[in-house]
Design a binder for this molecule. Structure first.
Ligand code: 15L
Length: 273
């Protein structure tokens, strides 16, 4: 696995990953709508709008047109948004990405899915990767679509695909909800390496979280695939509680794993069932 394309390289998670992946994959190719402000001379960048199939195809051909081995697909719209935004960036964009990967003979795709695929599961439930998805937003639905595409391209077209249902990536858990779903960046790199390098991988879904004592997810599949999370959210409890104290009350969101993504636009209580 030499030539790896990182989409969404200019975003928050992309910025962290770009630095951590470069030593592992020296031929790392970065892509996004615009280059990172601090792009270094030893970094390769290809601009691509995910909704533009030709541009995505050019990115997957690599800087010299000789192709790439693997893709870490972080690109797209990373929170809830208007339908057309989600449609272009996450639905059409993800299709363009997998289709370009198939045509270019890319071996592996790591798809950055999200905890919002299962956001309407309650916090008092422990769920695995076979639990029925309950997306909490149009954004969550688009991530479920991406997981579906990944499964299709793995089983029908022979790509190896890992969907990581990422919790929240950062140096520390930001609040009480993130204590359960926090993913330290180096632990994300460990999961990405499994997706890019584990021999024989066909299609897998794992949860992207560190070693969180209050987790709502049974991540045994990730452990079976060799994941050994190093960071523990319990070591950052004080920081998370300080963040929690600054949040507005959200009794509805507090019931569900997706938190504020569930309470946003919520009006189910206004209908008789
Ligand atoms: C996500 O999927 C988002 O991309 C990120 O911005 C966070 O909001 C995260 O979920 C979360 O649930 O904390």
């Amino acid at each position: 696995m030499r030539r790896v394309l990182l989409t969404g390289a200019s975003g928050g998670v992309g910025t962290r990953l770009r630095k951590l992946l470069k030593p592992l994959y020296p031929e790392l190719i970065l892509s996004d709508l615009k280059p990172p402000a601090d792009l270094r001379p030893d970094e390769t960048f290809i601009a691509a709008d995910l909704a533009d199939a030709d541009a995505v195809s050019r990115a997957c051909a690599g800087p010299d047109g000789k192709g790439i081995d693997g893709i870490v697909h972080l690109g797209g719209y990373s929170i809830e948004g208007p339908w057309d935004t989600i449609l272009q960036a996450n639905i059409i964009g993800c299709y363009n990405l997998f289709e370009a990967a198939r045509r270019q003979g890319v071996k592996r795709v790591v798809f950055a899915s999200s905890n919002h695929v299962v956001g309407f599961h309650r916090r008092d439930a422990k769920i695995g990767n076979e639990t029925v998805p309950l997306p909490d937003t149009r954004y969550g639905v688009s991530k479920l679509f991406g997981e579906g595409l990944g499964a299709l391209y793995a089983h029908k077209h022979g790509l190896g695909v890992l969907s990581i249902r990422i919790g929240n990536v950062g140096e520390e858990p930001l609040d009480q909800r993130r204590m359960s779903i926090w993913l330290e960046p180096n632990d994300l790199v460990s999961l990405i390496r499994i997706g890019l390098e584990r021999p024989g991988l066909v299609y897998e879904v794992v949860y992207g979280m560190s070693d969180n004592a209050s987790a709502w997810w049974d991540n045994r599949r990730a452990l079976e695939l060799g994941y050994k999370p190093q960071a523990r959210s319990a070591d950052h409890l004080a920081a998370a509680m300080a963040g929690q104290a600054k949040l507005p009350p959200d009794p509805l969101g507090d019931l569900y794993q997706g938190g504020p993504f569930c309470s946003q636009e919520y009006d189910a209580d206004k209908r008789a069932r």
